[in-house]
Design a protein around this ligand. Structure first.
Ligand code: ZN
Ligand code: ZN
Length: 150
């Protein structure tokens, strides 16, 4: 039995090929959006419908096997790294996303200066910036070239 099969059984979800395919796609390609998941799944199982992938993503997210992240202004992304409260760093130019481990350890890992009496169980942190690829592109574009400067 694969890891994914035992994960599905542990949350009382039936083991189906689309579910296994979505989990495998997200393991190999973390932080991808729905369209990318559909493409990856259909590479392996061309008969799986778009709707089936939507349904699988919702079922896996509801069951806690998949985490849905929604950086402001970006499309929702999915990942299978759910066991921790890690954060994300997002490129403003291309939308690339990388994982950032918790600042202090377990959730919420940041304590509000005033919790207003709330019991806080999670802190959602998104770091925004420019990824190395976009930074390199920007540098090469702005670098003076012997032809372009005339
Ligand atoms: Zn970028
Ligand atoms: Zn992540």
């Amino acid at each position: 039995m694969s890891d994914f099969e035992s994960q599905l059984r542990a949350v009382s979800l039936r083991v189906t090929r689309p579910r296994l395919a979505v989990l495998a796609a997200l393991r190999d390609h973390p932080h991808v959006d729905t369209d990318t998941v559909i493409g990856l799944v259909r590479d392996v199982h061309p008969t799986v419908s778009h709707q089936a992938v939507y349904d699988v993503l919702r079922a896996l997210t509801d069951a806690g096997l998949v985490r849905r992240i929604e950086p402001a202004g970006a499309t929702a992304r999915y990942e299978t790294r759910v066991a921790d409260n890690h954060h994300h760093i997002v490129c403003r130019s291309c939308g690339a996303i990388a994982d950032v481990d918790c600042a202090v350890g377990a959730a919420p890992c940041l304590n509000p200066s005033d919790d207003h009496g709330f019991v806080v169980d999670e802190a959602e942190v998104v770091y925004w910036g420019t990824c190395p690829d976009c930074a390199a592109e920007r540098t090469s574009q702005s670098a003076p070239s012997s032809e372009g400067s005339r």
